[in-house]
Design a protein around this ligand. Structure first.
Ligand SMILES: [Zn+2]
Ligand SMILES: [Zn+2]
Length: 355
């Protein structure tokens, strides 16, 4: 590992967001550029479905063209894919395990075809099996997939989780153990890395609620996982309390982590060149400002300073609930706003079901 890492600056630091691929994956890259982001995370297929229609050559070409337009080809990794939440590599032998392995392989293949260097996935949940059995199954699944895809450039990145239910990967030690087993079974350390989610770490019991505390957590990350193996960060504040094991994301600075914790992450030299993705609520203020752009502004403003920005909570500009007007119902085809209360779009990883 290099002994001198560059001090983070606004120029060398990379911030992005998980964006929608509705209408075409290339639209996520264009939207990221429009918002002034440096990187983007996507799903390469509908993440709520097992079925994955094959990627059409036109879609692949459009995606690659959008990367060219953005100037994101070559150079540091600027694109990550998040694997489907349906996948459970810790599942016991049977249909769920077969489907999980097949879909994980499909996710890896898609990343390779699309030139996406980072595939983030949740390790899995051992459910009725023992934790040790679950860890062993995840390792075996990754070893099989990596060994069946020689020469692939995509790195599988184990994401730390908040630790609800029987999920695996709450502690840094558990993640390190998983990676060590996979490296031992493949001999390919470059194919398996980590993605660290700040919300998940904090909810898992790694206190990130001040700059000093978060610096301590970052130190542990370096010691236990090795900074060189961390390929991507998810920067999300947390709705749940520290140690709550609740996976609920909040806008940067507005949750139980607060701005101080994020100041530590954005000023860590080992993280400057990594893609740092938001997985927070999407939307716009009444003034038309994007929530993602506002969250990234907060992060950028803390680079190179100990001062924290003033925080005005992000408020949706979507129409508030109003008493239903007792007028004629709009025709079915009418696409005008309905006056329904603005529902908060769920943030990433705020899973509807327990794992
Ligand atoms: Zn995440
Ligand atoms: Zn995730």
């Amino acid at each position: 590992m290099a002994t001198t890492l560059p001090t983070p600056t606004r120029q060398n630091s990379m911030f992005g967001s998980h964006l929608s691929v509705a209408g075409g994956m290339e639209l996520a890259v264009r939207e990221a550029v429009r918002l002034g982001l440096d990187c983007v995370q996507v799903f390469t297929k509908n993440q709520q479905q097992w079925a994955a229609p094959p990627l059409r050559s036109e879609a692949i070409a459009a995606w690659k063209e959008s990367l060219r337009e953005a100037g994101w080809e070559g150079g540091p990794a600027r694109v990550a894919s998040h694997a489907s939440y349906l996948i459970n590599l810790a599942a016991a032998p049977g249909e769920l395990r077969d489907k999980s392995l097949a879909l994980m392989r499909e996710e890896v293949d898609r990343c390779e075809v699309l030139g996406i260097p980072i595939l983030v996935f949740h390790p899995g949940a051992h459910t009725v099996s023992t934790r040790e059995e679950g860890v062993g199954r995840i390792a075996q699944a990754c070893i099989k997939i990596i060994n069946e895809t020689p020469g692939y450039k995509t790195t599988l990145c184990l994401e730390n989780v908040a630790g609800a239910g029987s999920t695996i990967g709450r502690t840094f030690e558990e993640l390190a153990d998983l990676r060590a087993r996979i490296v031992a079974g493949t001999g390919q350390p470059g194919r398996i890395g980590f993605c660290i989610d700040t919300c998940h770490a904090h909810a898992a019991g790694y206190d990130c609620s001040s700059r000093e505390k978060a610096e301590g957590v970052i130190k542990q990350l370096g010691v236990v996982l090795g900074f060189e193996n961390i390929r991507c960060l998810h920067l999300n504040d947390s709705i749940g309390a520290m140690g709550s094991r609740k996976d609920r994301h909040e806008h940067i600075g507005e949750g139980t982590i607060g701005l101080g914790g994020f100041a530590a992450f954005v000023n860590e030299p080992a993280f400057a060149g990594l893609p740092k993705m938001l997985e927070t609520e999407k939307g716009e203020t009444a003034g038309g400002e994007s929530f993602d752009a506002m969250n990234v502004d907060r992060l950028r403003s803390m680079i190179g300073t100990r001062a924290l920005p003033a925080l005005t909570p992000i408020v949706s500009g979507a129409p508030e609930a109003k008493p239903a007007a007792k007028v004629a119902k709009p025709a079915k085809a009418d696409k005008k706003p309905t006056g329904k209360p603005a529902r908060r779009k769920p943030a990433m990883d705020s899973k509807p079901k327990g794992g």
